[in-house]
Design a protein around this ligand. Structure first.
Ligand code: ZN
Length: 324
C-alpha cells in the first residue's frame, strides 16, 4: 500500500466501505462519489495507487485530484497533503538532500571536432546523428578503462551530471550499453522538458531523434516507481509512449500507470523510434510545436538516404497510427 487512503478519508470524515462489503473489491475502498449525484458508493479508490473511478458518472483520476476535490483545495496544496498521506515504507521519497557527486573518469575525453575516437564518426553516421549533436550533449569518448570504445552520454539532473550511459561504438562489446550506478533513479532530459506534450522513449538515441524539450528517456522499458513518480510530477497535457515496437507489453504497463493522471497514448512505432524518419515521428506525435523539436539537430549531417531507406520510411509512415 503506497497511500494511506483510509487514514485520509477518516480524517476528512468521509464514510467508506471496505473490501467484501457493498460490492467493494479486494484492494479498494468505495465512497459516495463527490462528482455526481451518487447516493450510494459508486466511487472506488485503489489502496495501492490512490487512483479512483466512479462507476456511475465515469469520473476518474489520481490521488492528488481526489484530495483536491474532497478538501476543495488547489493542486499545490493537495500535493503537500499527498506527501502526508503516503506510506513512507513503500514509496521512494524524493531524495533531494542527497548530494549527488558524479566524477567523470580521467580516461574520458570530451568530444570536440578534431579530437575524436576513430570509431565515433562511423558510429554516429550509421545512427544518423551529427557530430554537432554529441558535442552539444556533452558526450565523452574513451580509448582506455571500463568505458573503452564507448560513446559516453551524460545524464543530468538540474544541470549536474548524475550518471552516464556508455554505448559501445565497435559492435564488439559483449554489453552494448554500460551504465553508471543508479541511473534508473533518473530520467534522461527530464530537466530539458519544455512543457505540454511529453513523449516517453526507452533510450537516449530515441529521445535524440524525437527531440529535446518534448522527449524523455527511461534507459529501459523496465521503468521504476521512482521514474513514474517523477513523470507524474511533470503534469504534461498528454503523454505519448514511444517504446520500440517489440516492447508493446511494457508500453501498455506504463500506460496503465500513467492514465489515472493524464491522457496517455501508445504510439504505434515501427521498429525503433531512433531509426525512424524525423518527419514520420513528427506526424506521429501530432501537434507538438515543430520549433522545439528542431530536426536539424538530429539530421543535419545525416548521410544521403538511398532508395531503400526512402521506401522503408514511406512504409513506416503508412503504418503510423495512433493506438486508441
Ligand atoms: Zn460519480
Amino acid at each position: 500500500m503506497k497511500y494511506k487512503v483510509t487514514e485520509f478519508l477518516k480524517h476528512e470524515g468521509v464514510k467508506y466501505h471496505e473490501a467484501g462489503t457493498k460490492n467493494t473489491s479486494e484492494g479498494w475502498v468505495s465512497i459516495r462519489c463527490p462528482y455526481c449525484t451518487d447516493t450510494s458508493n459508486h466511487m472506488g479508490i485503489s489502496l495501492d495507487y490512490g487512483n479512483f473511478t466512479c462507476w456511475k458518472c465515469g469520473e476518474k483520476g489520481g490521488y492528488t485530484k481526489l484530495i483536491m476535490k474532497i478538501k476543495d483545495i488547489p493542486y499545490e496544496q493537495a500535493r503537500k497533503v499527498v506527501g502526508y498521506y503516503r506510506d513512507g515504507t513503500s514509496v521512494h521519497e524524493p531524495n533531494t538532500e542527497r548530494k549527488v557527486v558524479f566524477e567523470a573518469d580521467p580516461n574520458w575525453i570530451p568530444i570536440k571536432e578534431g579530437n575524436e575516437h576513430p570509431a565515433l564518426r562511423p558510429f554516429i553516421k550509421r545512427r544518423r546523428f551529427s557530430l554537432e549533436l554529441v558535442i552539444q550533449e556533452g558526450c565523452w569518448v574513451a580509448s582506455e578503462g571500463t568505458y573503452k570504445h564507448r560513446l559516453i552520454m551524460p545524464i543530468t539532473k538540474q544541470g549536474k551530471t548524475v550518471g552516464v550511459q556508455g554505448r559501445d561504438m565497435t559492435g564488439k562489446a559483449n554489453v552494448p550499453y554500460l551504465n553508471s550506478p543508479n541511473i534508473f533513479d533518473y530520467i534522461y532530459w527530464l530537466d530539458k522538458w519544455a512543457g505540454r506534450k511529453l513523449v516517453i522513449t526507452e533510450g537516449i538515441f530515441d529521445s535524440w531523434r524525437v527531440g529535446k524539450g518534448v522527449s524523455i528517456a527511461l534507459f529501459s522499458v523496465n521503468f521504476t516507481p521512482e521514474q513514474l513518480r517523477q513523470i507524474v510530477r511533470l503534469h504534461p497535457s498528454e503523454v505519448l509512449i514511444a517504446f520500440d515496437q517489440d516492447a508493446k507489453r511494457k508500453a501498455v504497463q506504463l500506460k496503465y500507470g500513467l492514465e489515472p493522471y493524464f491522457k496517455t497514448r501508445i504510439l504505434n512505432i515501427v521498429g525503433d523510434p531512433a531509426d525512424m524518419d524525423r518527419s514520420c515521428l513528427a506526424k506521429l506525435i501530432g501537434d507538438v510545436d515543430e520549433q522545439r523539436i528542431d530536426p536539424a539537430k538530429c539530421s543535419r549531417t545525416a548521410p544521403k538516404t538511398n532508395e531503400a531507406d526512402i521506401q522503408r520510411s514511406k512504409e513506416v509512415c503508412e503504418h503510423v497510427r495512433y493506438r486508441v
